[in-house]
Design a protein around this ligand. Structure first.
Ligand code: ATP
Ligand code: MG
Length: 146
């Protein structure tokens, strides 16, 4: 299967989280990782809106999908700011701090790149190869001789 990339920019509004989820499910429909990808994008888009400069007036975030035969890479790029994404320790987690924990649990790997001008939080999901059974000829098929 040929690799492909898709990206889209969204306004930094809570309503955009639903749109970002739909963007991911539309392009990953039929992929075994579609549900995990949807949850991850939902958490990362929510974080971009809540914790980064994307929440300024006119702020935006970008979602990228890079699909290959054995993996799907997802990235959400925000507009940076003074805070950085970090997984909260169990002591710090009370009403919040579950988002990146969930991303870490769902993804095969994940990370952050960039700086105060814009950060990309990314997650990579491995795709299990689909088992295929070799076709067996049906009994009675083939040429017959009289
Ligand atoms: N895109 C981001 N930019 C800056 N800081 C971030 C970003 N994403 C997360 N963070 C920081 O990392 C912390 C942990 O993020 P996480 O998603 O785990 O928890 P939360 O967003 O605070 O709460 P929850 O996701 O449970 O509602 C956040 O509290 C915030 O300080
Ligand atoms: Mg969060």
């Amino acid at each position: 299967m040929a690799a492909w990339r898709m990206s889209r920019s969204f306004l930094g509004s809570p309503l955009s989280v639903t749109e970002a989820r739909r963007f991911v499910t539309t392009f990953l429909i039929g992929w075994p990782v579609v549900e995990a990808a949807e949850l991850i994008v939902s958490e990362l888009a929510t974080n971009a809106i809540r914790h980064s400069a994307t929440n300024r007036f006119g702020g935006r975030f970008h979602v990228m999908i890079h699909a290959q035969h054995d993996r799907v890479w997802l990235g959400v790029t925000d507009e940076g700011g003074s805070r950085s994404p970090r997984m909260l320790s169990p002591d710090e987690q009370q009403e919040s701090g579950r988002g990146l924990l969930l991303v870490g649990a769902l993804a095969d790997s994940y990370g952050v790149r960039g700086d105060g001008n814009g950060r990309t939080v990314w997650a990579m999901l491995l795709v299990e190869p689909v088992a295929t059974t070799p076709a067996t000829p049906r009994a009675g098929s083939g040429a017959s001789s009289a």
